[in-house]
Write a protein that binds this ligand. Structure first.
Ligand SMILES: Cc1cc2nc3c(=O)[nH]c(=O)nc-3n(C[C@H](O)[C@H](O)[C@H](O)COP(=O)(O)OP(=O)(O)OC[C@H]3O[C@@H](n4cnc5c(N)ncnc54)[C@H](O)[C@@H]3O)c2cc1C
Length: 381
């Protein structure tokens, strides 16, 4: 169940990148369980990711990145490999792009030059702060306010369940003002900004709550046009949503490797579990799920590489298909492994817990399906 296979849009460069990601995954194998149990940054994991140079995939070459522009297919295939090794590692890698892409697309030259090279080299950790107590799937409910006062911008409110909060060096933050929803770039050391840990999740994640107590920012902190934040937010999702699908494929494939090895080696009733029909069916159904998810994921990633905005609907389909498939696969794999599937912090048990949040963040399945159904009907003419 290795991810070392060739998919849509993959040539020699992508295969080399896959090997590079695999080398990092192998290098962190000994610290993966420890890091995945943390809700603060694991220094050894950060060090390994920094040394790998892979975070440079998350910004354009003009600002220290690897490619002319951020390549959704490259991000997707790296996440497939990293998630199989460690959700902590996958998240740290992904957040460098998710948290900085609005700067790449909507930032001024000064903002890009100030932040992006440090994001690429992982000297700086990025975060994207959209969610609030009353604003989850429905971001129109954002209550954090941005007000112009005496030549400054004043940010007041609170964000909740923000990845990297407490560890990030800046927060790309969604707030409402008269013109509508806007984005601002808030340095973590801005006076009036405070963070606290979010509730511990079933699958630990570097996650925090942020409060902005009349944080004063210069007008140059704006990202993009006032009131037009959703264009930048959608631009970010267009590039990165399909990479959640990539990570889900990696997780499912990792779980299936564990279960397949177990089914081959453990005997009951005088023969390996694999030779008992119902167990074989669980494994076969899971492999089919993984392959279907990969086909849709890499097709969407290849389309997103050509035109991310035009491929957003396909990326949503891939995200729903792959994360829902990962949930089914990992559940079957636990079943195949019997009592060993339940041992806390074993690879299979970690996969089981880590699969669950993927169906909620970056677009919950039900919400994405609304958009998919709308696109279907719009396309009927
Ligand atoms: C591990 C993790 C990391 C996160 N990181 C970040 C981050 O870095 N930045 C950030 O801003 N946020 C982050 N979030 C928050 C995440 O984006 C939200 O959890 C997500 O948007 C869903 O919002 P909610 O949890 O409030 O659920 P709700 O929006 O309350 O939805 C609850 C349920 O209702 C369903 N639902 C909602 N509306 C509809 C509808 N119209 N039709 C049908 N069904 C609907 C949903 O599908 C879901 O099943 C993170 C969350 C987690 C778990």
């Amino acid at each position: 169940m290795n991810s070392g296979e060739k998919w849509f849009g993959m040539g020699a460069r992508e295969l080399a990148l896959q090997e590079e990601a695999q080398a990092l995954a192998t290098a962190v194998a000994d610290i993966a369980a420890e890091a995945d149990a943390l809700s603060v940054i694991h220094p050894g994991m950060r060090d390994a990711l920094q040394k790998s140079g892979l975070a440079a995939l998350m910004v354009p070459a003009a600002y220290g990145g690897r490619n002319d522009d951020v390549d959704p297919l490259a991000v997707c295939l790296v996440r497939e490999v990293l998630m199989q090794a460690s959700s902590h590692l996958d998240s740290m890698f992904a957040l460098q792009g998710i948290g900085s892409y609005a700067i790449t697309r909507g930032g001024t030259e000064e903002q890009k030059a100030r932040w992006l090279p440090q994001v690429a080299s992982l000297e700086t950790l990025a975060a994207l702060a959209l969610t609030e107590e009353q604003a989850g799937s429905d971001l129109k409910n954002v209550a954090t306010t941005l007000v112009e006062r005496d030549g400054s911008l004043v940010l007041t409110g609170a964000k909740s369940f923000i990845s990297n909060a407490g560890a990030a060096d800046f927060y790309v933050t969604l707030a409402k003002e008269e013109a509508g929803l806007s984005l601002v770039l808030v340095p973590a050391d801005a006076p009036g900004l405070a963070t606290a840990p979010s509730p511990e999740l079933i699958a630990p994640h570097v996650l925090g709550e942020i409060t902005f107590d009349a944080v004063e920012l210069p007008p140059s902190a704006r990202l993009g046009t006032p009131g037009k934040a959703m264009a930048l937010v959608l631009g970010t999702l267009a590039v990165f949503r399909v990479s959640v699908a990539g990570a889900a494929c990696g997780l499912a494939a990792g779980a299936l490797t564990e279960a397949g090895r177990h089914a081959r080696s453990r005997e009951q009733f005088g023969r390996p579990l694999l030779r008992h029909g119902p167990v074989a069916q669980l494994l076969a159904d899971s492999w089919i799920d993984v392959e279907m998810a990969r086909l849709l994921t890499y097709q969407a990633a290849a389309a997103a590489r050509e035109d991310a905005a035009a491929a957003l609907n396909r990326s949503s389909m891939a995200k729903v298909a792959a994360t829902e498939a990962a949930g089914r696969v990992v559940d079957r794999c636990v079943q195949v492994m019997g009592r060993w599937g339940l041992v806390a912090n074993s690879p299979i048990e970690r996969y089981y817990r880590q699969a669950r949040p993927m169906r909620l963040y970056e677009g919950a399945s039900e919400v994405l399906k609304l958009g998919i159904a709308r696109a279907l009907c719009d396309g009927l003419g």
